[in-house]
Ligand binder design. Structure first.
Ligand code: CA
Length: 309
């Protein structure tokens, strides 16, 4: 009995010492990894539905390409000290199946980093191509100056419309935080000793079709719609060739009875869709970041459509 209690005593002392020395090395090191995924809407398509989980107006849609250029992924602590930063931009087609790794930052001090940010900006020639994204698509985006590009087919009964939309929007996503879970939303990320924490920069394929620029806090729920985009291709303003262009959407006046135009610069479906293209970037699935336009805009540009003559 005597010797057992001596052992217990020794163990307590040992743990106490280990705890002290661990504190002295500030909690060890860990890894923060960034990935991207387009979820089922981008990989498999968007069905007809009730407006929140599918198009409210009977359309369904399938993407052929969902191209995004991620820039300047940064991890910083509460004081703004940047501890990790993306070396060069990443080009990805999120129609390609699965979660894709963008960058892994090992050897970070294990602690909370409350300031996590990234940007979506135009493609550059020497960026890293993620997974089996097509190098020819990157070349096309560099040539056109696109930051994002969406291609696909929408269908309603016997009507089919294709679209090939490239946008030059430059957008920063700052102060990213996770979606609320059990009433708690985490600002940024928490790196823990010897562990890899993963932050998915999720791209949402349904946001382009929202009928409000701001989701939530609205008198009515935000729904996804395609009728008005399809109508832009129809005559007399559209050319009726079955392909809905950005220019055609920029000729189609928006109906404030259907769309919540609050905060919208411009008056067309095109202005609306271009503005919504900035909202595809998310954080850890449904988490959000503060979205800011960072385009160097010429004085001649008033409405988003002015850049797509
Ligand atoms: Ca057309």
């Amino acid at each position: 009995m005597k010797s057992k209690s001596a052992w217990v005593c020794l163990c307590v002392v040992f743990i106490g010492v280990a705890g002290c020395s661990s504190d002295a090395t500030s909690g060890g090191k860990g890894t923060e990894q960034f990935t991207t995924w387009g979820e089922e809407f981008v990989e498999d398509g968007i069905p007809a539905g009730d407006g929140t989980s599918g198009f409210v107006d009977g359309w369904s849609l399938k993407y052929a390409k969902f191209l995004v250029n991620f820039h300047a992924i940064r991890v910083a602590d509460a004081d703004g000290n940047v501890v990790a930063e993306l070396d060069k931009p990443r080009f990805v087609d999120n129609v390609k199946p699965g979660v894709k790794e963008l960058i892994t930052f090992p050897g970070l001090d294990a602690k909370a980093y409350t300031q996590v940010s990234y940007e979506i900006k135009p493609a550059v020639a020497d960026e890293e191509i993620v997974g089996d994204s097509d190098p020819d698509d990157l070349k096309m985006m560099v040539k056109e100056g696109y930051s994002v590009y969406f291609e696909g087919t929408a269908t309603k009964k016997k009507v089919t419309k294709t679209f090939h939309w490239g946008f030059k929007t430059q957008t920063s996503y700052k102060d990213c935080h996770s979606a609320e879970e059990n009433g708690i939303s985490t600002e940024g990320v928490v790196v823990t000793n010897n562990q890899t924490d993963t932050s998915q920069l999720t791209t949402h394929g349904d946001h382009l079709y929202y009928d409000s620029l701001q989701s939530g806090d609205n008198a009515k729920p935000t729904l996804i719609r395609f009728n008005e985009k399809a109508a832009a291709d129809d005559g007399p303003k559209g050319d009726g060739d079955g392909d809905v262009t950005v220019q055609e959407m920029c000729q189609e006046n928006i109906d404030p009875e259907i769309y919540n135009t609050s905060g919208l610069p411009g008056a067309t479906i095109g202005d609306f869709v271009i503005s919504l293209a900035r909202t595809i970037g998310h954080f850890r699935h449904e988490g959000e970041c503060t979205i800011k336009r960072i385009d160097p805009v010429p004085k001649s540009v008033t409405n988003p459509c002015d850049e797509y003559p």
